[in-house]
Design a binder for this molecule. Structure first.
Ligand code: NDP
Length: 318
C-alpha cells in the first residue's frame, strides 16, 4: 500500500470476538489477548510504510490495543509521531475502537524534569505525547517505573489528576516492585481511579512477576496484567536458530546482546521447537501460549518487524 492510499478497516475485524479478547481484571475493558507494542520498528528511522502495514494488519484482525511510551523510537518521541501520522491518515475514523496507551518514567528530555516520577514530569510528558500522537486523550497512561526518590503520593496523585483532567481514561503501573504496587492499588482505589493494569516483563526465560507475587496480587485484586517482551525480544522464536540475521534486533547489539545466544538457549529453543510441533505451533506461538495460560494474564504485548511475524504471533489466538 502506498502512502496516499486510503485505508478502510476490514469489515471482518470483530468476527472472532470470543477468541480474541480477555476482560482486563475486574474492569469494563476488553483487551485483545495479543496487543501490539511500538517500542521498536515504529520510530523515525524505520520505514513508515512497513509500520503502517503492521498496524493495519493488527487492526484488521481485531487488535485494538497499541502500546507506546514517550521515548519509543529512535529518536525519542518518534514512535508517537508515527502513531500521530497514522491517526491522521488512517485511524481517525476508528478512534473510539482503539485503545492507545503511553507512559512516562524513563529518560525523555534533559534537565531535572525529564524523567522519573514527579508531577512536573508526568503531566508535561503526557501533554507532549498527546501532541505527537494528535490525540485529545489516551486510553491508558502508565507510570513507566517506580521512583524511589519521589513521594509515592506525588506520582499517584498526578495519575489521578490526569484522569480527572480527561487526558487519560485509565491508569496503569509498569515495572514497580510489589510493595509500592500494593500501596498504589490502594491509593488509586480510594480516589475512585482504580488501577486498570500492570505491565511487566514476563516470558519463558524471565518469570519475575510470577516469582515476586505480582501476577498473583493483580489476579486477586482484579487488576489486569499485560506481559511485555513475551518473546524475550525475539530470542523465543526461530529468528536466532541458525545465526544472527543482519536485520535483527540482536545485530544492533544494543537492547539485545549477542551474548544471550548461548548453547543452552539453542538447546532450549530446539526443545520448544519439538514441543511446538506436537501442538502445531511455532516457537513463538509456544512461548505466547504459555504466558496466556497463566492465571491473571490479560494480554501479551508483542513487537513485530514485519506483517509475517505479527501474523505468526496472532495465530496463537485464531
Ligand atoms: P517481543 O518479545 O515480542 O519481541 C519482538 C521482536 O521479536 C520483534 O521485533 C522481532 O525481532 C521478533 N519477533 C516477533 N515475532 C516474531 C516471530 N513470529 N518470528 C520471529 N521473530 C519474531 O517484544 P518487545 O521486546 O518488542 O516488546 C513488546 C512491547 O512491550 C514493546 O513494543 C513495548 O510496547 C512493550 N515494552 C514495555 C516495556 C516496559 O518497560 N514497560 C519494556 C519493553 C517493552 P526483529 O525486530 O529482530 O525482527
Amino acid at each position: 500500500m502506498e502512502t496516499n492510499d486510503k485505508y478502510t478497516a476490514s469489515p471482518e475485524r470483530y468476527a472472532e470476538m470470543a477468541k480474541v479478547y480477555n476482560r482486563c481484571g475486574k474492569s469494563g475493558v476488553l483487551l485483545p489477548k495479543v496487543s501490539l507494542g511500538m517500542w521498536h520498528n515504529f520510530g523515525g528511522h524505520d520505514p513508515y510504510e512497513r509500520s503502517r502495514s503492521i498496524t493495519h494488519y493488527a487492526f484488521d484482525h481485531g487488535i485494538t490495543h497499541f502500546d507506546l511510551a514517550n521515548n519509543y523510537g529512535p529518536p525519542y518521541g518518534s514512535a508517537e509521531e508515527t502513531m500521530g501520522r497514522l491517526m491522521e491518515q488512517d485511524f481517525a475514523p476508528y478512534r473510539d475502537e482503539l485503545f492507545i496507551s503511553t507512559k512516562a518514567g524513563y529518560d525523555m528530555w534533559g534537565g531535572p524534569y525529564g524523567e522519573w516520577g514527579s508531577r512536573k514530569y508526568l503531566l508535561s510528558s503526557l501533554d507532549q505525547s498527546l501532541r505527537r500522537m494528535k490525540l485529545d486523550y489516551v486510553d491508558l497512561f502508565y507510570s513507566h517505573r517506580f521512583d524511589p526518590c519521589t513521594p509515592i503520593e506525588e506520582t499517584l496523585q498526578a495519575l489521578v489528576d490526569i484522569v480527572r483532567q480527561g487526558k487519560a481514561l485509565y491508569v496503569g503501573i509498569s515495572n514497580w516492585p510489589l510493595a509500592p504496587l500494593q500501596s498504589a492499588a490502594q491509593y488509586l482505589r480510594e480516589r475512585d481511579v482504580p488501577l486498570l493494569i500492570y505491565q511487566g516483563r514476563l516470558n519463558l526465560l524471565d518469570r519475575e512477576p510470577i516469582e515476586d507475587g505480582i501476577l498473583d496480587f493483580c489476579a486477586a485484586q482484579g487488576i489486569g496484567f499485560i506481559a511485555y517482551s513475551p518473546l524475550a525480544q525475539g530470542l523465543l522464536t526461530e529468528r536466532y536458530l541458525d545465526g544472527i540475521p543482519s536485520d535483527s534486533r540482536m545485530s544492533k547489539e544494543h537492547f539485545l546482546k549477542s551474548e544471550r545466544r548461548t548453547p543452552q538457549l539453542l538447546d532450549y529453543l530446539h526443545e520448544l521447537q519439538s514441543q511446538g510441533v506436537a501442538h502445531g505451533h511455532s516457537i513463538a506461538q509456544e512461548a505466547l501460549s504459555w504466558i496466556l495460560s497463566q492465571r491473571g494474564v490479560t494480554s501479551v504485548l508483542v513487537g513485530a518487524s514485519s506483517v509475517e511475524q505479527l501474523k505468526n504471533n496472532l495465530e496463537v489466538i485464531s
